[in-house]
Write a protein that binds this ligand. Structure first.
Ligand code: ATP
Length: 470
């Protein structure tokens, strides 16, 4: 739930000197140019702050999600998966506190511009703290501001054939509640005992007041959430472990450690359900901003759902008969935000032989395409041989075959989508069966037998990788 004190538009708490030299505009332009992400409904003038993922965007986001599943599920034995429906019984949101509490007080400009603002943001900006007393004015035109009003951030819709008889339901504002309401189901079928977790990836919707910064804050986004159920006295220890685990996930996937930080919420910032929360923040072009929140949600949610549903939501040990309501540690990440951080961290440009080379130095496991196979010239049997090699490689990993344009142009295209390796088929290939293997980061070219490509690329893909950006 949104309670952090940093500016919701992402105002920098870092000094400008620390800020990455890359701008969000460069990322947006690359995303459009190379078909990662488009403005939604563009032909109608676009729908504000909503985006569509194109081919490479889909592949990249799938890889982000697959790496998350790998780390939190496949490489552990204390986690199970869930995919709950977006639409849930409306009582869920009464129990969770969203219907009463998922609100941000808004103030409207009574002066010239009539713009709406989040009161806490304006107070923080003008008076130094979210809850500071004193007069605030419209940040845009200096006009007087209205009294704060509450605004429900959940999207509503009607379930049922007619407006008169339809039941009001909500698009979920977080995936977490789908996990809590399934606690009993999972406990029965999975035969797990705390500590264990339930992991889920899915869409969430929030009628955000100040969306922006490209895909950083949108009204429709994807969350990757874990609810990890633990005996209450073990909660602080598990909270610490999950903070470490999740920091490691980002650095293992190539994010530079000095561009990541953990920030603990102060007491005035904590959500109503939380005993402790820390955010993993990344140094985005607009400053340090939240990537993921890791909260100790106590037994708040299970107790509330037990109260509202009448079901017992507790763990009973079949041996000792001991019963208790577990505490919950929640690492809650955004798939779109993580993707943006990976792209920002990977974006680079350098001069090579007098020309600018723009590239994404993505971790090879995240790269949408792992290898491009390119004939040097479009004759002498080279395209046919390159296509054969490509057809073998694509059974092992996502590969591309490209014959269009000069070899330099084709490599520039692959650099911009972050393809870590390029294979060139040339006249020597036709004589001795070797190809050149080009490395995206070092530009080093090595000669290798075409039949060894599969094994060599699989070896490179499995090897640890660190960003050469340093
Ligand atoms: P923020 O303070 O940035 O609004 P939050 O604290 O409300 O975030 P949580 O409710 O903890 O966010 O959600 C967990 C994660 O979901 C966030 O860390 C972020 O990665 C992602 N997320 C939340 N809101 C959005 C949004 N509007 N657009 C994109 N991702 C989001």
């Amino acid at each position: 739930m949104a309670t952090e004190s940093t500016d919701k538009t992402g105002s920098p708490s870092a000094s400008p000197a620390e800020l990455p030299r890359i701008t969000l505009d460069e990322i947006v332009a690359l995303c459009k140019r190379r078909g990662f992400i488009f403005q939604s409904s563009e032909i109608y003038g676009g729908l504000a702050s909503t985006y569509d993922y194109g081919h490479y965007g889909v592949l990249l986001k799938n890889n982000v999600k697959a790496e998350w599943w790998r780390a939190v599920l496949q490489e552990r034995d204390d986690m199970v998966a869930l995919d709950a429906a977006i639409l849930m019984h409306p009582r869920t949101w009464e129990a969770s506190g969203h219907l009463e509490g998922f609100t941000d007080p808004l103030v409207q400009c009574l002066g010239r511009c009539k713009k709406r603002w989040r009161e806490d943001d304006v107070r923080e900006e003008q008076l130094g703290a979210e809850d500071a007393k004193g007069e605030i004015r419209c940040p845009e035109c200096g006009g007087e501001l209205s009294e704060p009003r509450h605004f429900n951030l959940m999207f509503e819709t009607l379930m049922g054939p007619s407006e008169e008889t339809g039941m009001k339901v909500y698009l979920r504002p977080e995936t977490a509640q789908g996990i809590f309401v399934n606690f009993k189901n999972v406990l029965q079928f999975a035969r797990k005992k705390p500590p264990f977790g339930i992991a889920q990836i899915g869409k969430a919707f929030r009628n955000e007041i100040t969306p922006g910064n490209f895909i950083f804050r949108t009204r429709e986004f994807e969350q990757m959430e874990i609810e990890f159920f633990v005996p209450p006295d073990e909660a602080p220890e598990w909270h610490k472990r999950w903070m470490e685990e999740r920091m490691r996930w980002y650095t293992d996937l190539g994010i530079r450690a000095d561009h990541l930080q953990l920030r603990e919420h102060g007491p005035d910032e904590l959500s109503h359900y939380s005993a402790a929360t820390s955010d993993i923040e990344y140094l985005f072009p607009m400053g340090w901003s939240e990537l993921e929140g890791i909260a100790n949600r106590t037994d708040f949610d299970l107790k509330r759902h037990a109260e509202f549903s009448g079901e017992k939501l507790e763990y009973v040990d079949s041996g000792s008969g001991e019963r208790y309501v577990p505490y919950v540690i929640e690492p809650s990440a955004g798939a779109d935000r993580a993707l943006l951080a990976f792209m920002v961290d990977a974006y680079d440009s350098e001069e090579v032989e007098g020309r600018e080379r723009v590239l994404l130095r993505l971790h090879p496991r995240l790269a949408p395409i792992k290898v491009a196979v390119l004939p040097l010239v479009n004759k002498d049997g080279q395209p046919e041989r390159a296509r054969e090699i490509y057809e073998q490689l694509r059974t092992l990993m996502p590969a591309e075959y490209d014959t269009g344009g000069s070899i330099g142009k084709r490599y520039r295209r692959q650099d911009e989508i972050g393809t870590p390796w390029g294979v060139t088929v040339d006249h020597q290939t036709m004589e001795d069966g070797t190809v050149t293997l080009r490395d995206r980061d070092t530009l080093e070219q090595t000669r290798i037998a075409a039949d060894e490509l599969g094994a060599e690329l699989a070896r490179r893909l499995a090897a640890p990788w660190t960003s050469p950006k340093g």
